[in-house]
Design a protein around this ligand. Structure first.
Ligand code: ADP
Ligand code: MG
Length: 308
């Protein structure tokens, strides 16, 4: 009697297991990601791959379900993915799109700093830079710079001095360059020069001039936007701009500029006259030599885009 009972229990248990196993297989086959994976890889898979990899497939379906309910076992931001492994199926954990986006935003926030720019400027992207013949040269030169710099960031690369009328997209292009460089891991500072001048004047009161100046001097890639837009005091010209340019030239650090003035105009009409009206052509010439060492001039023309 006893033996029959044991036997029956065993049969019932194995029957249960079998049923459980069938249920698992059913849930696996019902999963749309599994279906798609099997379809795409049908020629590469062992003919009993599903049975042989049942535990992996089960893990996949199960982890996905847990993730959906917010109880994933693996690091936050990672999701299970099916992969081929020697004609069988395995699970690998890959970062989710959201996670990658977040990481990218963090990297941008860390590498891309601005002073005196509108918040939206950080989202400007080379990929959706609308190219016209007027700006093709500047765009190409920017792309060439990025390529050369990223291939060999330690050696000197002449940057660009973009000049042309108001509203043609000089700042926009330089912001797109900064975005790309930051995204690729290079620290970049986009500085609206007139705002920075005000900023650093205010920094005298709380003893922060040296710190602010150091950040600008030493940042791997510097973009000085709108140089010449406001008259400069001798202090700003010689002790701030002059010091920044001198340091960057000595250390061969890439430095971009944008201006409404050509280099000649900047030298003669802007740098040689201080806000007090003193005329100092030699000082202007020295500054201009540094700018010319750091960047080559490219004219940008076209319509004023601020009016549409
Ligand atoms: P600039 O610095 O030459 O005065 P901006 O870069 O500020 O000009 O550009 C003026 C306006 O035109 C901005 O509002 C900017 O968003 C827009 N803009 C400039 N270039 C482009 C472009 N390539 N694609 C789309 N919008 C642009
Ligand atoms: Mg501008």
């Amino acid at each position: 009697m006893e033996d029959v009972g044991k036997e029956m229990k065993r049969t019932m248990e194995s029957h249960n297991l079998k049923q459980q196993y069938q249920a698992i297989l059913k849930s696996i086959y019902a999963d749309k990601d599994v279906k798609e994976f099997l379809k795409i890889n049908q020629n590469k898979l062992d003919k009993n791959a599903v049975e042989k990899s049942a535990s992996k497939l089960y893990e996949f379906v199960n982890e996905k379900k847990k993730l959906l309910n917010g109880h994933g076992n693996f690091a936050k931001g990672y999701q299970p993915t099916l992969i081929l492994n020697d004609h069988l199926i395995d699970v690998s954990y890959q970062p989710t799109k959201d996670h990658l986006n977040l990481e990218r935003q963090k990297k941008l926030a860390k590498n891309f700093k601005t002073v005196g720019m509108t918040a939206g400027i950080k989202n400007v992207n080379l990929d959706d830079y609308d190219q016209t013949a007027d700006r093709a040269v500047a765009l190409e030169a920017s792309i060439d710079f990025i390529q050369a710099y990223e291939t060999n960031p330690k050696s000197f690369h002449k940057a660009l001095y973009l000049y042309g009328p108001f509203g043609v997209g000089k700042t926009y292009l330089l912001a797109a360059v900064a975005h790309r460089l930051s995204d690729d891991g290079f620290q970049t500072l986009l500085l609206h020069f007139p705002s920075f001048a005000v900023d650093i004047k205010n920094a005298i009161n709380n003893n922060q001039v040296a710190d602010k100046l150091n950040n600008v001097k030493k940042v791997p890639v510097l973009i000085i936007d709108d140089i010449g837009a406001d008259a400069m005091s001798t202090w700003i010209r010689d002790d701030i701009l002059g010091v920044i340019l001198e340091y960057r030239m000595q250390h061969e650090l890439p430095t971009f500029f944008s201006s409404n003035f050509s280099m000649e105009q900047l030298e003669q009409e802007h740098l040689s006259t201080t806000s007090r009206g003193d005329i100092e052509p030699l000082k202007a010439k020295r500054l201009m030599e540094r700018i010319k060492f750091l960047a080559r001039p490219i004219q940008v023309s076209g319509r004023n885009r601020r009016n549409n």
